[in-house]
Design a protein around this ligand. Sequence first.
Ligand code: KIV
Length: 321
Amino acid sequence: MSATNDVRAMTPPDVAARKGGVPLVCLTAYTTPIARLVDPHCDVVLVGDSVGMVLHGLESTLGVSLEMMILHGKAVRRGLSRALLVVDMPFGTYEEGPAQAFRNAATLMAETGCAAVKLEGGVAMAETIRFLSARGIPVMAHIGLTPQAVNSFGGYKVQGRGGDAFHILRDAEAVADAGAFSVVLEKVPATLADRITETVAIPTIGIGASRACDGQILVVDDMLGMFDAFRPKFVKRFAELGEDGKRLERDLADTARRGGVRFVGPNCLGIQRPVAGMNATFLETGAPGGRLALVAPSRGLCAALPRYAAPPQPGCPSLVS
Ligand code: KIV
């Protein structure tokens, strides 16, 4: 990673060193704009093979190719300056054995500039993880619900209930022992995730696992309500840019038409005319009327302004995003 603007990028050893420390913040990204948006707030940005379902409309991750991962990996690379870039190895590109895995992981690293790869599997992948790790390819492991094995599991079900917990604990120990620098625990019971977190020496990164993991990872599109094929129960929605978002946009457009004003840009927050009592934005509260007007392309800035404008601050006659 280039060290422009004096920003030092996170490395796999930095991530490993966070075991038991400040929780790791990890998000997925598939495009340059989203990478730019999340980079300042993340330790790890993962180009997950979930891209196949989220962006390409595939039914599962099984149809994702190395070429797709390279394309999205390159795009995300351009948007990062701080977070560690990890790219998923897609189904069929590593399971044959260490040599196949090395060849394809090396291609991913050379083409995308990622500093690590992620692959799914525990005990069965330990030899491959050892091979890659010993040859300069840092590996993030992924155990529990491994979506590439959806057909073997018979669906996207919680893994590790009852007697199966023991197998997942063994998976965690095997990948840690093989040299993985971190391990994603997907959809396992919290008690099991806690036990694994206490047992293994590498950071656990939970997704629908436990708050006590060493970090959490989420698919950005789930968080923003942009992926509606299914809604994971564990995801907190920070915005609704799907169906509800479309309804809000329609309401905004109606309001703007009635007020004879024009919206510019798809990321438009809307318009407030506090002096006229008009609030045609996504914000619940309007700014108080006053002497300051704002026209800004930044939705974040516009969202912050009403709070700034609140008494005893100057107030705000107009706010246009
Ligand atoms: O593909 C992906 O996005 C992932 C995360 C959900 C961990 O593997």
